[in-house]
Unconditional design. Structure first.
Lengths: 364, 348, 293
């Protein structure tokens, strides 16, 4: 476990290099993070720990989530820090922010595809009402500097196959008379709710649209391509793809993700939306191959197991705005990201706690 | 004929903005004489009243010599083609009192203004004016203080309330031409109603900024005779006339009569014509309301402090139009501070 | 202990009502027996529930139902709603403190006319600008015969002006002017309200200006100082930032109001001051009742 923590610590230290000046507005500030025990929240705490211990930032962080106690017990090196305050609650009934908070990250949302299927109305409620509640509470702060809303790259509703990268001005197409639209629509509405708060109360909100990620703290129970592939590889394979593996994604390492969020918090232009993800496309077959090569024996990759045998769609962000305005650069390329993630899961033995169940991977 | 250039609506604010420059002491005779000249020149609108608009005669921003109803009636009697307009700021003017009286006096256009971030306070006033069948525009004051996208958001609110025109006021004379191009350009592209610009000359850019506004798509431009207005004054309306003619905008203006209007303003308000000085320049630099110039100079004298220091401090506190009372508080603080520092302020 | 406290209800669970609740909970003589509104999951209701305050989503009906346990009701709903509540409350024998602009009952500024309001069935808290300016106007009047004209200018943080305030600016001005006339003993009055969006949010400031034929500055300063001390007893954040002075033919005095920051932010002194005034009245009423029994 010590080695796993050291691995993350090294990544957190590395990713912050060169950004300290941009992050300086956060010095001495109280950050409030909703959904703070998820993988993003955990990584944000890792970065905050480095900023406090190595760079004397003097950050106070309050983490709001439904199960902070379990989190503190699981990761005492974060949860028991004295600059971290844990606050339990349900974002749908959020009432009040601590008075001295000047920076808020709203990451609380239901993001699990299985919940989308089983309890779509809970997704609709949590992701929209939660946003209304946190922004309403934010209007009562005396000197609010920034709210970062974590939206989703899925708000675009799909990317044309021939468009290499999607930028923030792409309008998007979603079919709303379809229960499968609940997550992207809930995120779209959350974004509009933020725009309402901007218009009515002049709240300084920055919207981020994250794409796909990999890294330590990610639960391998999540039915995403990259988590499926890593989990199945740990089990010896095979990796099963419904289609021909031509679907295109881009995957960012968590230290870069968390750093992007902090940059947006410190220096993002209020009222602005930024894509946050890797702009390096990778098709699923290549991704599976990149993962399996870290295992011995190399797990088998089975293709075209589905009805049609092919499945192609594309989701790759254009991140020019993030790069030019906030000086953001990816520090961990995909291969290193995969290697680190696999190493971490190996060190923690985390993959063993995942139920021995595997389903073939569809896109997303 | 023009090479496809649009017709520009010219608003003459001499008898309203000039009120600031004249400590609100404009007489009925001056109103009548100037209104006659504005009518002859063919300006589309003549704005009359206290510098801060209807209902603003007060100890806070200065009492008008002549009650506004009398001023409006006197002006109206001199106008035929030129329409009578007023400036209205919710928070000063109420519907039942001042707006109703102005309607009785024959006002045709109500330019309902507010600080540039507060458009929703104009909803009822714009709605009321429209429901009474008069013309209503929305005006954002101190519009240098926020970005173009906020101005768009706020003016869209006004448009949705029924505003039939939108004017950005550079109340502090703080714009540079590039700011005008960006802000007016965005509004002209995104709003359905015509967009206008009201310049102040604190940084010597009133005419240049008005030209930038026209080039960015403005269809409305404000000016005052000889620039008679708050701070270092406005864009001189006779120069606006010259610019429109020279640049080939189709216009029904009578050039000589427009030039005469400027000369008349110089004669009527001799001795009080705005000039650029240290205080007005600092007003522009600090982005503080031009109308503060006179009260700041008065307070500087009474408290024995430097008026420019008052402006810098007001700028730091991001005061908005209507907060004239803070001038005294700031002057008082500055005086106490310099006393504490052991300097004796010069005798008032 | 709590048997001696006066049973009160708060109607309206928005920001004002929630802040009032916090103040009642701190009061040695008031007990919040009911926090009533319509939405049990509103932030105010959630906070009340967490604090163990009895809540109801049955609105005004819950007050009627609980009438036996109540003596006084704070109405923080809307002017239209208070018009309906007022006659019922009167019939039930419940004292109403009206925080809306309905102006049903007697206008009350605790520093000025508390005693004469204590037997009223319904008291109106005028406006935030009124609570800040009227005591100064009253002090100026008491020190100077022949006040010809009074004016009150308030500047508040944009964010402290909610949608109801914004749409009702005209009513705010009119009501504040009526209060100034009544307490300032002068027919000609004017109120002005400025909204300032600066960040960090500006604290409420109110300036009172007067035209007086022969102002007595020394007496005015003494009267104002005494009045400020009296207000501070119930609004701790009320402070004189510009002593009465003469400038350009006008008498000027200015105060700043820092809120207590109970639920509302501290910059919202404009909202705090009206709640503090309401609590000051309710506590005085409670003490009077205890003294009588």
């Amino acid at each position: 476990m010590k080695e796993a923590i050291a691995l993350v610590r090294a990544d957190a230290e590395a990713v912050l290099q060169g950004h300290l000046e941009r992050l300086a507005p956060l010095r001495g500030q109280h950050l409030f993070i909703t959904g703070g025990t998820g993988f993003l929240g955990t990584w944000l705490l890792e970065l905050a720990k480095v900023l406090n211990e190595r760079h004397q930032f003097g950050l106070q962080v309050t983490i709001f989530s439904r199960n902070t106690q379990a989190f503190a017990a699981r990761w005492p090196h974060l949860g028991q820090e004295k600059w971290v305050t844990l606050q339990d609650g349900d974002i749908r009934y959020f009432t009040e922010l601590p008075r001295d908070v000047r920076y808020v990250i709203h990451a609380a949302a239901l993001t699990d595809r299985r919940v989308f299927a089983s309890h779509p109305s809970a997704v609709a409620e949590t992701n929209t009402v939660g946003t209304l509640r946190i922004l309403r509470a934010a209007t009562l702060l005396e000197d609010l500097q920034k709210v970062v809303l974590l939206s989703s790259g899925l708000v675009y509703g799909g990317q044309p196959w021939d468009l290499p990268r999607i930028n923030e001005d792409f309008g998007g197409v979603l079919k709303c008379n379809d229960v499968n639209a609940v997550y992207p629509e809930s995120k779209r509405l959350a974004e509009v709710i933020a725009q309402c708060a901007i218009s009515e109360s002049k709240l300084p909100v920055v919207t981020l649209r994250p794409f796909a990620f990999v890294g330590p703290y990610q639960s391998l129970q999540l039915p995403w391509a990259v988590t499926d592939f890593i989990r199945d590889s740990f089990r010896g394979g095979p990796i099963r793809l419904m289609g021909d593996g031509a679907t295109v994604r881009s995957i960012m390492y968590y230290s870069d993700f968390a750093c992007g969020v902090l940059l947006a918090l410190a220096a993002g232009r209020p009222r602005t939306t930024y894509n946050l993800g890797s702009d390096e496309p990778v098709d699923l077959l290549t991704l599976a191959q990149k993962i399996t090569k870290y295992f011995s024996p190399v797990p088998e990759i089975k293709l075209r197991l589905g009805q049609t045998g092919h499945d192609r769609n594309r989701l790759v962000p254009d991140t020019t705005r993030l790069a030019t305005e906030l000086g953001f650069k990816i520090t961990v390329p995909l291969d290193a990201a995969l290697q680190k993630s696999i190493e971490w899961h190996r060190l923690t033995g985390d993959w063993q706690s995942v139920p021995p169940f595997s389903h073939a991977t569809k896109s997303q | 004929m023009s090479d496809g250039k649009p017709t520009i609506t010219v608003c003459d604010a001499t008898l309203r903005d000039g009120s600031h420059a004249y400590s609100h002491q404009i007489t009925l005779e001056q109103v009548k004489a100037y209104a006659t000249a504005a009518e002859a020149a063919g300006f589309n609108f003549l704005e009359v009243g206290h510098g801060n608009g209807l209902g603003a005669s007060s100890l806070q921003v200065g009492e008008s010599l002549v009650p506004e109803g009398e001023m409006l009636r006197a002006a109206k009697a001199c106008l035929k083609r030129t329409k009578l307009s007023v400036h209205v700021i919710p928070g000063f003017a109420t519907i039942n009192r001042e707006i109703a009286h102005a309607m009785d006096a024959g006002v045709e256009l109500f330019r309902v203004g507010c600080h540039c971030t507060e458009a929703d306070i104009t909803q009822r006033h714009i709605g009321h004016v429209r429901s009474e069948g008069r013309e209503a525009w929305g005006v954002l004051m101190m519009s240098h203080m926020v970005s173009a996208d906020i101005l768009l958001e706020e003016t869209k609110k006004m448009q949705s309330y029924g505003a039939q025109g939108i004017v950005l006021m550079d109340s502090a004379g703080a714009y540079f031409p590039a700011d005008v191009t960006a802000k007016i350009g965005l509004l002209a592209a995104k709003l359905e109603v015509p967009v206008g610009f009201h310049a102040h000359n604190n940084l010597g850019l009133a005419v240049a900024n008005s030209i930038a506004a026209l080039e960015a798509g403005a269809r409305i431009v404000d000016g005052t005779g000889r620039g008679f207005g708050a701070g270092a004054g406005n864009a001189p309306i006779e120069l606006i006339a010259a610019v429109l003619i020279k640049q080939g905008y189709p216009t029904a203006l009578d050039l000589y009569k427009a030039l005469d209007a400027g000369d008349l303003a110089a004669k009527l308000f001799a001795g009080s014509l705005p000039e650029s000085n240290g205080v007005t320049i600092v007003s522009g630099m600090t982005g503080v309301f031009s109308g503060f110039s006179k009260p700041v100079q008065r307070a500087a004298k009474q408290f024995g402090v430097d008026g420019r220091d008052i402006f810098f401090e007001l700028g730091k506190r991001k005061v908005v139009g209507g907060q004239e009372d803070l001038i005294l508080e700031v002057a008082d603080q500055l005086a106490k501070r310099s006393k504490d520092a052991g300097q004796t302020p010069p005798a008032p | 202990m709590s048997a001696k406290k006066l049973g009160v209800a708060i109607l309206g669970t928005g920001n004002i009502g929630t802040d009032l609740m916090m103040k009642v909970l701190r009061s040695p003589v008031l007990e919040c027996r009911l926090f009533a509104g319509r939405n049990l999951s509103s932030p105010g209701m959630t906070k009340a529930s967490l604090l163990g305050v009895p809540v109801s989503a049955k609105g005004f009906q819950s007050i009627v139902d609980l009438k036996g346990e109540l003596s006084l009701v704070f109405d923080a709903t809307s002017a239209m709603d208070h018009q309906k509540h007022a006659p019922v409350l009167k019939e039930l024998g419940l004292v109403a403190i009206d925080l809306t602009p309905a102006k049903v009952g007697k206008m009350c500024v605790p520093a000025v006319n508390l005693a004469e309001c204590l037997n009223e069935p319904n008291v109106n808290m005028i406006t935030c600008g009124g609570q800040a300016s009227i005591p100064l106007a009253y002090a100026i009047k008491s020190a100077n015969p022949g006040v010809e004209y009074l004016e009150a200018v308030s500047s508040i943080a944009s964010r402290s002006a909610g949608p109801a305030t914004r749409i009702n600016l005209d009513e705010y001005l009119q009501t504040t002017e009526q209060g100034l006339s009544l307490f300032g003993g002068c027919e000609r009055t004017k109120a002005i309200l400025n909204l300032n969006p600066a960040q960090p949010c500006v604290h409420m400031q109110t300036t009172v200006m007067a035209k007086i034929a022969q102002p007595d500055l020394e007496r005015t300063r003494a009267a104002v100082a005494e009045m400020v001390a009296r207000i501070k007893a119930y609004i701790p954040g009320y402070q004189l930032v510009l002593e009465p002075m003469l400038e350009n033919g006008r008498l000027v005095a200015m105060v700043r109001v820092d809120g207590l920051g109970d639920y509302l932010p501290r910059y919202a002194g404009n909202l705090d001051i009206i709640n503090c005034a309401a609590i000051a009245f309710a506590e005085a009423y409670a003490r009077q009742r205890t003294a009588q029994t």
